[in-house]
Design a protein around this ligand. Structure first.
Ligand code: AKB
Length: 331
């Protein structure tokens, strides 16, 4: 029987997903019961003022323990990670943060007999030998990036802690996540976010992958829903733990640009692929997420056009207030 989630710690709470997830968790579980943590970047006013915030280093177990003890934490959403593009620039740091952070969180969950830990994985767990279209749940996992290596190792480690120590740990393979609040910090799918900012600010964008690059993507409200729904799922119904494929939409960079142009008259996009092209080419174009649908009822709500309308409305409002690019790339 799963224990109830009561007091939550979010690592990486200043990052793209962590910042919105923390606010959603505070709404659901009460602001004082959701402790946000980050490494260096200052939290937004809303994040800092809506509940507890600490600076911690997830690679240092003692740093985690102070907050866990002080707030009697029983659940961790472990969002702190070095993403694919930054990871290729500094693979050793990527290994250190992603692997030591993950094992520290799992060990803490074991020592404090926590109710739950959520440790996300990514489509970066796949590689060029993986079938790219409708990528199956069970398939070849031979990534070519250090980020991907840490995601596969993290999935295996998480499943090990579930089976060996009875820790209730869960994870999902995030596709590229698109959002209007906090910019992503150093991933390959960042172009799908930047393009909206540039469309609003400048009416043009220079994209770092080719127009025909297709990747699975998801809008932030679906990402938050997926993460919270998996956390709250009945454990007895789960056949998988750390590695759920979750799909929402798939499009090429060219299709994304054309969709935005339909809402931003005169918008133009040029393409100048850099080192991230090779990473994008090694990832799936779309995902088979039937395990997530069957085991915990996953169903996305947002498609490309609805997302574009919402993104542009939010970014235009922030642009008018002079707020765009304020909360860039959290660490
Ligand atoms: C990245 O591009 O590195 C991330 C991811 C797909 O995990 N957005």
């Amino acid at each position: 029987m799963s224990k109830n989630i009561k007091r939550i710690l979010v690592t990486g709470a200043v990052g793209q997903i962590g910042s919105e997830l923390t606010l959603a968790l505070r709404k659901r579980y009460g602001a004082e019961n959701v402790v946000a943590t980050g490494r260096k970047t200052a939290p937004s006013k809303e994040l800092a003022e809506s509940g507890p915030f600490y600076y911690i280093d997830v690679t240092k177990r003692a740093s985690l323990d102070v907050v866990i003890r002080r707030h009697e934490i029983d659940t961790v959403f472990h969002m702190a990670a070095i993403l694919s593009a930054v990871g290729e620039k500094n693979p050793q740091m990527c290994w250190d943060v992603n692997m030591n952070g993950t094992i520290n969180v799992l060990e803490a969950a074991r020592d404090y007999e926590m109710a739950r830990v959520i440790i996300p994985s990514s489509i970066a767990a796949f590689g060029p030998e993986t079938p790219r279209d409708n990528t199956p749940q069970e398939t070849v996992l031979k990534p070519r990036t250090m980020y991907g290596v840490t995601k596969v190792a993290g999935e295996l480690l998480t499943d090990y802690y579930v089976r060996r120590f009875g820790v209730d740990a869960r994870g999902l393979r995030y596709p590229g996540i698109i959002s209007a609040e906090t910019l992503p910090g150093g991933g390959t799918t960042d172009y799908a976010v930047e393009i909206y900012y540039k469309a609003v600010e400048q009416g043009s964008y220079k994209c770092f992958v080719r127009a025909d690059t297709a990747l699975p993507m998801m809008y932030m409200p679906d990402c938050i829903k997926a993460t919270m729904d998996l956390a709250e799922a009945d454990q007895s119904k789960l056949r998988h733990y750390s590695d759920f494929n979750v799909g929402a939409m798939s499009f090429t960079a060219g299709e994304l640009a054309a969709n935005i142009a339909g809402h931003v008259p005169g918008f133009t996009c040029t393409y100048e692929p850099d080192f991230r092209q090779k990473i994008a080419d090694s990832w799936p174009t779309s995902l088979d997420d039937s395990a997530a649908r069957q085991e915990w009822g996953w169903a996305p709500a947002w498609d490309l056009d609805a997302m574009t309308v919402d993104m542009l409305a939010k970014l235009r409002a922030r642009h008018e207030k002079g707020e765009l690019y304020k909360g860039a790339a959290a660490e």
